[in-house]
Write a protein of this length. Structure first.
Length: 251
């Protein structure tokens, strides 16, 4: 119940905030849908419904528009809500922005994925409306979701996922490579407050040989925002675009 109220908070305090740093948040169908689902779960919990099991064997990934390879033979270990930036560079005005990496903090949504699966795809859309907490180890405000992972790049083709958060078990450090991708669904949120250049693609990433730990595959799904403008016209030589996504880790 406490957990559900915390999830409800993720939506309600957007409305309560006098002046969100990223602009005014409107009462959207996304937010209404999310609140409907949270309140249904709260009613079920009040009526003595089953308490959450956090049993990841019950969680199922959404299917990408171009289906990604299945994690055959692997076991789901963790599901995280990622919030951060995708970085791009622009050499001149006529070039196309080049992706040079990303930096994000990941928060533990394993229990949401297993027990309240219909909330999961909406969470990146809400998280995109918030800046990250100023305390780097704090939960994802205003929810109570604990920090689990840091995401960054060690070079432009190597996404890294480091389970080095003090609030989370150490599942290792994954040095990954992009193995397969799909465009995000056509109805994906294009950016914060519905303004932006689209949602970054859905990805299937596999571990490189220098990975520490047992994670073999990582999926980036339910993306919101993160795409750059189509051309470098009017862009600085380096810039970042806010994004959020749900990441699934398999061992
Ligand atoms: C702009 O940058 C692109 C990519 O590096 C390069 O191919 C192109 O020649 C550059 N154009 C000009 C006008 O410098
Ligand atoms: C991405 O941009 C952020 C600033 O928005 C910067 O702090 C970070 O170092 C950059 N990371 C990479 C890998 O380019
Ligand atoms: C990037 O890092 C990966 C993993 O550490 C390494 O295998 C790869 O050779 C590096 N690529 C470049 C271009 O440095
Ligand atoms: C995620 O949360 C669950 C439930 O609290 C916990 O059992 C698990 O260890 C956490 N995983 C990570 C990687 O933080």
């Amino acid at each position: 119940m406490k957990y559900l109220l915390s999830l409800a908070c993720l939506a309600t305090s957007i409305l309560a905030a006098p002046a969100p740093p990223q602009g005014t948040f409107e009462w959207t169908p996304t937010l209404a849908g999310y609140m409907d689902v949270v309140f249904q779960y709260i009613q079920q919990a009040k009526a003595g419904g089953a308490s959450p099991t956090c049993d990841l064997s019950k969680a199922a990934m959404p299917v990408a528009p171009t289906p990604l390879p299945a994690p055959s033979g692997l076991t789901l270990e963790h599901v995280a809500l990622g919030r951060g930036v995708q970085n791009y560079t622009c050499p001149n005005a006529t070039a196309t922005p080049a992706a040079v990496g990303a930096v994000a903090r990941f928060y533990n949504v394993s229990c949401v994925a297993s027990d309240w699966a219909d909330l999961l795809p909406i969470m990146p859309n809400l998280a995109l409306q918030y800046p990250l907490p100023s305390d780097p180890n704090a939960p994802l405000e205003p929810s109570n979701l604990a920090l689990s992972t840091h995401h960054f790049f060690s070079n432009t083709t190597t996404p890294v996922f480091a389970f080095d958060a003090p609030t989370s078990p150490d599942l290792g450090t994954i040095f990954a490579q992009k193995t397969s991708s799909s465009d995000a669904p056509a109805n994906a949120v294009v950016g914060a407050n519905g303004q932006g250049h689209g949602a970054v693609g859905w990805l299937y990433l596999t571990s490189r040989a220098d990975t520490v730990g047992d994670i073999k595959a990582v999926y980036r799904l339910d993306t919101a925002g993160g795409n750059p403008p189509a051309t470098c016209q009017g862009q600085p030589s380096a810039f970042s675009v806010d994004y959020a996504a749900v990441y699934w880790f398999y061992k």
